[in-house]
Design a protein. Structure first.
Lengths: 200, 200
DNA sequence: GTCTATAGCCAGATAGAC
DNA sequence: GTCTATCTGGCTATAGAC
């Protein structure tokens, strides 16, 4: 394995710091220290804090969005998609634990930036999946439910534990090991709960 | 109604700004402008940004925690507590929409502060409720489930929509009015979903 | 490409007049 | 209690030597 380029080292350090502390809480010096690189280099490669942040945001977004779309638009039943989504999402965020809270926080804190970003790069779009849910209800496969409420249940059950990681651990009084074990269990529990609620 | 005291005006402005932008994203000047008060007054009454932040954090926390404890430790069945919690929580955050994301964000970004704060003021403690769930399972009223997973489902379904407000609206492609209507519906949907999953 | 030094700005905090 | 003026430090960003 070759030594990573300076640009790579910077980006990786920036990902690590920005994802933990957010745009407003991050100092350029801290990224430089993490990358073991002179602070001036950050500006040489990325021009400004804003641009470096955007590279980080993009990277986080690109790792999630395409997979979500892929699952939702696959040729599979609603049940299969639920199982696939929960399994893939939890597996991914267990090794990238800061991405959900990072994305959620920055979208909340900077709606204007998010708006612009999503206009340019597209949001994960579950509308086709919503359509499919409506159809399976029509066909009598599923009990009637608002497809948007259905999706919201799915996202909530899957993502909240990571979005509110600190609070969850505090409330349930569990350490990180227990947390990770519970998340592994949830790969089964969540699809069971969801499917059980709409199965005819 | 009497004119609010200067201290009150500052605190209210601080709540408004801190809850939207977080500790790191907030400027003292912005709070002063919002309160229509000189910036020096903030320091006169609250000494430092950190202390003002702590007053805001405390205020948000105090509005939620005691009610949660009250519900969980009441003399009622598990089903009743679920219904009561969902209804009260959603009603409250619909008029205080920034509190969940604010608390979650600050706990994530500043675990050390959160640790200290909770050591001093206590976390909402659902352990007695967990106990009760275990007992009702024992008695054959409920299907077997890990009480912590049960609570996590309840919190996830109830809080995620508010914690990830911006993302949820973007993903589901809904405006604020639709969002609020969906939340009203969820007061019924969530207890149904939860109770249905554990009812014998 | 990489470094040092520093410009330029802005934020939190305080002194001191009223 | 309230204001103006200002200190002090820290931050982003850049100039310029190597």
């Amino acid at each position: 394995m070759q030594d990573p380029s300076t640009e790579q080292k910077i980006l990786e350090a920036a990902i690590s710091i920005f994802q933990k502390k957010g745009m407003a809480g991050t100092r350029m010096q801290e990224i430089a220290d993490e990358a073991k690189i002179n602070k001036a280099m950050l500006h040489y490669y990325f021009r400004s804090k804003q641009r470096l942040f955007e590279a980080v945001f993009m990277q986080a977004f690109q790792q999630l969005a395409p997979h979500v779309n892929e699952i939702f638009n696959a040729d599979a039943t609603v049940f299969e998609k639920v199982e696939s989504f929960v399994d893939k999402y939890i597996s991914f965020v267990l090794v990238n634990p800061y991405i959900p809270s990072f994305l959620i926080q920055e979208i909340n804190n900077n709606p204007k930036f998010a708006q612009t970003f999503f206009s340019a790069h597209g949001v994960p779009d579950p509308s086709q999946f919503e359509q499919q849910i409506a159809e399976e209800i029509q066909q009598g496969i599923l009990k009637p439910i608002d497809p948007k409420q259905f999706l919201l249940n799915l996202f909530s059950l899957t993502a909240f534990s990571f979005a509110a990681n600190g609070l969850v651990k505090g409330l349930l009084n569990i350490d990180n090991e227990t947390f990770m074990m519970m998340m592994e269990e949830r790969k089964k529990l969540i699809p069971e709960l969801i499917i059980n609620s709409i199965k005819r």
